[in-house]
Every structure is written in structure tokens, then in C-alpha cells.
Design a binder for this molecule. Structure first.
Ligand SMILES: Nc1ncnc2c1ncn2[C@@H]1O[C@H](COP(=O)(O)OP(=O)(O)OP(=O)(O)O)[C@@H](O)[C@H]1O
Length: 358
């Protein structure tokens, strides 16, 4: 796919821009929502704020947009201090959960509205609207109205309306929350495709872990106004920095373990030691992801387990086994085994799904 496009072809401004928050705090009256927040979005990257409801993600996004002012700290876009600038003076566009389209305007008028306000000539607006619609796979939809298209299509129009302005920064506020599961997948693919195609520096807010992983270069996990961990999706999942992170990033079984030179020992069972384990440690707590555990018909006594609970999930079963008196959650691929409570197996743990907890 070409990276040249007359609507959103990355101009110098777009590719060079970045966002930085320095020592930002936000208080609403006596309620401190954020404290000492530092955040940097490299040029052309997508950073996602992920966290439980109320942790402060939308407040961060609104401060970057200029809809809220930090109580302390400064915000920079493209090297300029924008802390005291209004939303109109920041060269950013926002894509909202609610689409925020004008119902009395055609889709073409909605998308071209920003350019019209900038006083661009009619012919240019018409051409750029057509191209923006094409980018979001809505060719020929100029004359339709909001009530004549689906929710998924409305969100594509909202995306086109943002892209047409070639903003320095794109902000996404839970943009998929109102869409059903199938539409969510195709919309997030479209967002990621366009963001990467045009190297648009972007900040994305969601409380959905799989959505955050699918669209982001970097994910920043927040809890109660604090940053818990920042990293690439694989890093956060495979090397969570705390128990909160281990459980927030998915299911995890947690055990005390003895560390040997080349192996990790849990209940007498030896597993090859993953590279993440620091040399010199002798004991630690390990986390094991459910998908890293498999059931087989052969093994030794240290691997013996009995199934205590089975839940059918479609592609896989979620299975709880008892292992050395401890419950252990694992997944069984439905094409491989039909597990039943009471069955005896021998388990194996793959080192890929194991991490150290400190
Ligand atoms: N305008 C406001 N006045 C007072 N308190 C506010 C205001 N905006 C946000 N808050 C408070 O700040 C905290 C963080 O809210 P925020 O909306 O940033 O969280 P969030 O992580 O985006 O949550 P959600 O996923 O539910 O949107 C909450 O306790 C909220 O009640």
C-alpha cells in the first residue's frame, strides 16, 4: 500500500510532531486525580492509556486536547509549550466514542466542515472529502446523512473528518465502545492501518486490554492516577512488573518457586529457566499464564493433576485442575481434548508463559 495520499499524506508537521507531559498533576477540588505524571509519545507512534474505570485516562487525554488544564506541570506538542493554549490552538483532532457528527449535515459536509472553517476553496474541499471517504472505505457516501448509515460507518466518518485536517496529533477516546464485536475488530484494524500509513502521532484511551494491544506501539497502564507500567504489548504481557499488572494483563497462576542454575522448580517439577530470571536469585514468586500449561497422558508424579472444573468457551475450554493441593487455571484447545471433571492428567508448563514476580 502506498504512503502517498492527497488527504493525509504525512506532511513534515505530522511526522515530526510529538507529545510530552511533564510532572503533570490534576485536582478537581480536593480530589487529586493525577500526580507527577510524565508521558512522552514519540513522533508517528500510537500510545494507549489503559486502565480500570476512573483511573484518570480520559483526564489525561482531555488535558492533551486542551479541554482540561493541568493543576501542575506542563504539556508540550512538537516541542512547544501548549499548556495555556485552547483546543483550537493545538492542531489536534479527537475521535470520540459518541462519533459527535452533525445530524443536519450530509456526511460530506461533516467531513469538510473543518476545511470550510479554515476558508479552503470549495473545489479543494470536495476533492479532499472524496479522498477522505475513500480512505475509510466509504467511497460515494458524500450525500448521505448520519441517520442513513450504521454506527460503524459513523465512526469511519468521524475518522475521515479528523484525518482530512492532517492534525499533528490524533486523540482517540474509547472509539470502539459503541460498536459490536465484529465491527470493533475491523474498525481497530482501520485505525491502526491509517495511523501507521501516515505516521500520525496518536494517543488512544481504552479500558479494553485486547484493544490496547491490537492498536498500540506502546501501552501505558494506569491505576488510581498512577502509571503502573509502560511498554510494548508483548513486554507488558510477558514481563508484568507487579501482581496488579500480572492480573490486569490477563489470568495468571502464582506460585512460590525455587530457582536452580538452569531450571525453575515448582512442587518438585522442573521447568527450563526463562531468560528473564536474574542470575543469583534462589527463590521467587512466579506467574504462569493459563495458555502456557498443557495436559498430557504421560509424566512423573510431580506433574500429576486432576480436573476439578471445566467451562466451555467455544474455541477452548477453561479448565481448573488441582495440582499439589493448589487450584491452577489453564486452557485446553477444543480441537485437542474434551476435558471432564475428575479426569487425571500430567501437566507441562511452557517457559514462554512464565514470569518472575517481585
Ligand atoms: N470535571 C470533573 N470534576 C470532578 N471530578 C472529575 C471530573 N472529571 C473527572 N473527574 C474524576 O476524576 C477521576 C478520573 O476520571 P477519568 O474520567 O479521567 O477516568 P477514566 O479512567 O477515563 O474512567 P472511565 O474509563 O470510566 O472513563 C474520577 O474519579 C472522576 O470522577
Amino acid at each position: 500500500m502506498t504512503t502517498e495520499h492527497p488527504v493525509a499524506a504525512a506532511p513534515a508537521q505530522t511526522t515530526k510532531s510529538f507529545v510530552e507531559l511533564k510532572s503533570v498533576a490534576k485536582r478537581f477540588g480536593s480530589n487529586t486525580v493525577l500526580e507527577g505524571l510524565n508521558l512522552a509519545i514519540p513522533k508517528g507512534k500510537m500510545v494507549t492509556l489503559l486502565g480500570p474505570s476512573g483511573c484518570g485516562k480520559t483526564t489525561v487525554l482531555r488535558m492533551v486536547a486542551g479541554l482540561e488544564k493541568p493543576t501542575e506541570g506542563r504539556i508540550f506538542i512538537d516541542g512547544e509549550d501548549v499548556t495555556d493554549r485552547s483546543i483550537q490552538q493545538r492542531d489536534i483532532c479527537m475521535v470520540f466514542q459518541s462519533y459527535a457528527l452533525f445530524p443536519h449535515m450530509s456526511l460530506g459536509e461533516n467531513i469538510g466542515y473543518g476545511l470550510k472553517m479554515l476558508g479552503r476553496p470549495k473545489a479543494e474541499i470536495r476533492d479532499r472529502v472524496r479522498e477522505a471517504l475513500s480512505l475509510v472505505d466509504l467511497d460515494g457516501f458524500e450525500d448521505r446523512y448520519v441517520d442513513q448509515i450504521s454506527g460503524g460507518q459513523q465512526q469511519r466518518v468521524a475518522l475521515a473528518r479528523a484525518l482530512i485536517l492532517k492534525p499533528k496529533v490524533l486523540l482517540f477516546d474509547e472509539p470502539l465502545s459503541n460498536l459490536d464485536a465484529n465491527l470493533r475488530r475491523s474498525m481497530r484494524e482501520k485505525i491502526r492501518e491509517l495511523q501507521q500509513q501516515f505516521n500520525i502521532t496518536s494517543l488512544y484511551v481504552t479500558h479494553d486490554q485486547s484493544e490496547a494491544f491490537a492498536v498500540s506501539d506502546t501501552v501505558l497502564v494506569m491505576n488510581k492516577g498512577k502509571i503502573m507500567q509502560i511498554g510494548a504489548p508483548q513486554e507488558l504481557y510477558r514481563q508484568p512488573a507487579s501482581r496488579f499488572m500480572a492480573s490486569f494483563m490477563g489470568d495468571a497462576n502464582v506460585f512460590p518457586a525455587d530457582l536452580h542454575r538452569d531450571t525453575v522448580e515448582i512442587f518438585g517439577y522442573h521447568i527450563p529457566k526463562p531468560a528473564a530470571f536474574a542470575p543469583g536469585m534462589q527463590q521467587c514468586t512466579v506467574g504462569v499464564r493459563p495458555e502456557a500449561i498443557t495436559l498430557g497422558l504421560q509424566g512423573d508424579d510431580s506433574q500429576r493433576c486432576v480436573i476439578t472444573h471445566v467451562a466451555y468457551m467455544g474455541p477452548q475450554y477453561e479448565v481448573t485442575v488441582e495440582w499439589h493441593g493448589q487450584p491452577l487455571l489453564l486452557q485446553v484447545n477444543a480441537t485437542q481434548l474434551q476435558p471432564t471433571a475428575g479426569d487425571n492428567f500430567f501437566l507441562q508448563i511452557h517457559p514462554y508463559g512464565m514470569f518472575v514476580l517481585v
